[in-house]
Design a protein around this ligand. Sequence first.
Ligand code: CTP
Length: 398
Amino acid sequence: RLRKLAKKRGEFLYFAGGVVRDYLLFKKGKLNPQSSKDFDIVLEGNLEKFLQELNEDLNKEILFKSQFLTYKVRFFLDGEPLEVDFITARREVYEEIAQLPKVFPSNFMDDLLRRDFTINALAIGLSAPYEGLLLDLLDGLKDLEASLVKPLHLNSFVEDPTRIFRGIRYKVRLGFDFSEEFYQALEVCYQKEALKKLSSARLANELKLYLFKEGEEILLKLLETTYQLEVFKEAGLEVARENFPLLCEVLKEVKEEFSPKEREKVYFLGMVESLSGLERLGFSEVEITRIESLLNNFRGFYHKINTLSLKEKLEWFDKVRREYLCAFAVIFPELKEEIFRYLKVYSKVRPELNGEDLKKLGFRSGKEIGEILKILRLKRLEGKVKTKEDEIEFLKKF
Ligand code: CTP
């Protein structure tokens, strides 16, 4: 239907970017089919009208329209949802270093030229006159075959320094190398201090993609590569490289249990050299101050941990949110075992009696009940009570 409509409207429709790159790699047996989930279709034409005209009986829903002439559309094919990004072929004009570009609808060639790397500037025609043809106007295929990440021009990272992070992701994810031109473009970018001008929100967002889009399996390599290229330094972010291996290990350990927001906190807190670095990642002053005072308290705790009883340790741990505890496990590696014992064992042990039971037993205030529950948990951890009956017995004597 898309093809027919493009033909009727005299507009050219094509696949471009990651979908073509990954399809070609898949065909060469260099990528498994699950690796590419994005599905970008570009139209050289009027996308709004095109989507309006798409046959009414083609059950679809426009989920999102972006400022970059892009639409996310959900189709229902035989009841199954399929999300597709529709993009208007466009030209981009970068007026200021590291700022988002102005975009203008344009033609196929401009749409290839606005892209980051040659391997992303490959297209496959979906409609006449190039239906079914691989369109390789910028030598992307050669670089794909040579496994090279090569920018389209040397000013590419000055215009958009987030491309450096994208390039690192391709190198590590696909096992590619950087071309000579990648290093040259990096040099130009450093000379113009473009990375420093990148907003905190965009910097944080790119680093989040390392964790959330690429995953823990290659996170260490991504961080190491970024460090070796001096990207953190150039972006004004001081990182604690020695933390990277433990940070990745900790993030892997909490993957199933923590929410993305919690994992993000562990990630950024564990990554920075000092807490003031969190500012560059968009943390507010209030939040940094709060974490600072927590960390200072924790330092006091850390120095005397070996002299503390289980009860005292639990009192400390109970006060700190679990994402901060995990970050502290990275900052104080000697405490990792202790913190994880708390997170995985101690914090999960619950008395069998609950708040309602305690009310029936005559305990009234919420605070009192909270305290009693903590005492019962401790007794359980110490092995002094094992059953609900033991707990009731203990409380009678209490
Ligand atoms: N692009 C770019 N500069 C950016 C972001 C994107 O030039 N800062 C271009 C790239 O050519 C990319 C295309 O826009 O191919 C679409 O971007 P995106 O959907 O983020 O990437 P994919 O091509 O789908 O590749 P992947 O998601 O695997 O990184």
